[in-house]
Design a binder for this molecule. Structure first.
Ligand code: NAP
Ligand code: ZN
Length: 352
């Protein structure tokens, strides 16, 4: 074991602060990565503050971060896909059992025994739980390391590892394509990636936002129309018309307002994971045989497919790059929807 530099939270109410953390020495199948950028996902904030205490209670100290991009510094003797000096990326998972039907099908995100990148029991015993990407380095089994297209800006690549795959995967599953009318609710980190993907996949894209000042950006990002969701008349114009709606809102909101906008057999997929349960009117689903579902991140093969798609279409996240010392301020701004559209931490700042 060796020590890495990191930022961690000591409790649900403490700010993130600089701390050394243990990392394992790279084993035969491991890739050791110097982290260059790590995105700030709203899930990091939910978990640091223990807002998902029922589904995933937070173990402290907590080192968040699952939007990781960096450079390989060394590889184990059995590693074949990476060598020192390569670009590499790590998302929300660092392991799975590899034998269950989900793993066999390349859907590791549904493996009952997966290991999430942080706040998850550490099967290597390096620490009680895994520690994430707000750190200068990480050691990950090569099966969970992704290749980065060489043409993309690295600060904007980092958020693809969660915000990217979490919006790409359900859009592929629900066949977002030309001729489909697609809504994206909440223009945050996930939402803005959803807009880029839906546009690139050829759909007619409508953004629903509570922030009137994001209207111009939404159009620039690829939306065909923008609806200020607080305006009931604007909402009504779209009643019964959507094939698919992606809800990427991080806080309590009225989901029935969106279910009513679905066409017959339309689907609303929740990717946002608010702290409190959402109330749903049965008739909004019964009428029109509409469906409501959720979707977690994506499998490793699909994450690679998403990164390659981004390389081909020149897609990255719109980021505000910050030094790690500004992370607590960034969390407060995230709560106010005051970021365009993802914070990406420049890990060189950890050396300061
Ligand atoms: P984010 O950047 O903070 O974006 C959330 C957006 O939701 C905001 O920009 C805002 O958009 C809207 N919003 C915020 N508060 C609202 C309120 N009270 N009412 C209505 N709209 C509100 O967060 P994110 O990183 O994209 O994450 C979004 C959610 O997805 C989080 O809950 C996160 O934990 C979850 N998540 C899930 C997965 C998964 O696997 N399913 C993966 C990653 C993240 P407007 O200003 O446009 O209204
Ligand atoms: Zn995330």
């Amino acid at each position: 074991m060796y020590n890495a530099k990191a930022y961690s939270a000591a409790s649900a109410t403490s700010p993130l602060a600089s701390t050394p953390i243990p990392r394992r020495d790279p084993g035969d199948n491991d890739v050791q990565i110097e982290i260059l950028f790590c995105g700030i996902c709203h899930s990091d904030l939910h978990q640091v503050r223990n807002e998902w205490s029922e589904a995933m209670p937070t173990v402290y100290p907590c080192v968040p971060g699952h939007e990781i991009v960096g450079r390989v510094t060394s590889v184990g003797s059995a590693v074949t896909a990476f060598k020192a000096g390569d670009l590499a990326a790590v998302g929300c998972m660092v392991d799975s059992d590899r034998t269950c039907p989900e793993c066999q099908a390349g859907q590791e995100q549904f493996c009952p025994n997966f290991t999430l990148t942080y706040n998850f029991p550490d099967s290597h015993g390096t620490a009680p739980v895994t520690y994430g990407g707000y750190s200068d380095g990480i050691v990950v089994d090569e099966k969970f390391v992704l290749r980065v297209p060489p043409n993309l800006d690295l600060a904007g690549v980092a958020p693809l590892l969660c915000a990217g795959i979490t919006t790409f995967s359900p859009m592929r599953h629900w066949n977002v394509s030309k001729g489909k009318k697609v809504g994206v609710v909440g223009l945050g980190g996930l939402g803005h990636m959803g807009v880029k993907f839906a546009h690139a996949l050829g759909a007619h894209v409508v953004v629903f936002t509570t922030s009137p000042n994001k209207k111009e950006d939404a159009l620039r990002l690829g939306a065909d129309e923008v609806v200020i969701s607080k305006n009931a008349d604007e909402m009504k114009k779209h009643a019964g018309s959507f094939n698919f709606i992606l809800d990427a809102v991080s806080a309590d909101h009225d989901i029935n307002a969106y279910l009513g906008l679905l066409a017959r057999d339309g689907n609303l997929t929740l990717v946002g994971a608010p702290e409190k349960p959402l109330a749903i009117s049965a008739f909004n689903l019964i009428m029109g045989r509409r469906s409501l579902s959720g979707s977690p991140i994506g499998g490793i093969a699909e994450t690679q497919e998403m990164l390659d798609f981004c390389g081909e279409h020149n897609i990255t996240a719109d980021v505000e790059v910050i030094p790690i010392q500004k992370v607590n301020e960034a969390y407060e701004r995230l709560l106010k929807s005051d970021v365009k559209y993802r914070f990406s931490i420049d890990m060189a700042s950890l050396k300061a």
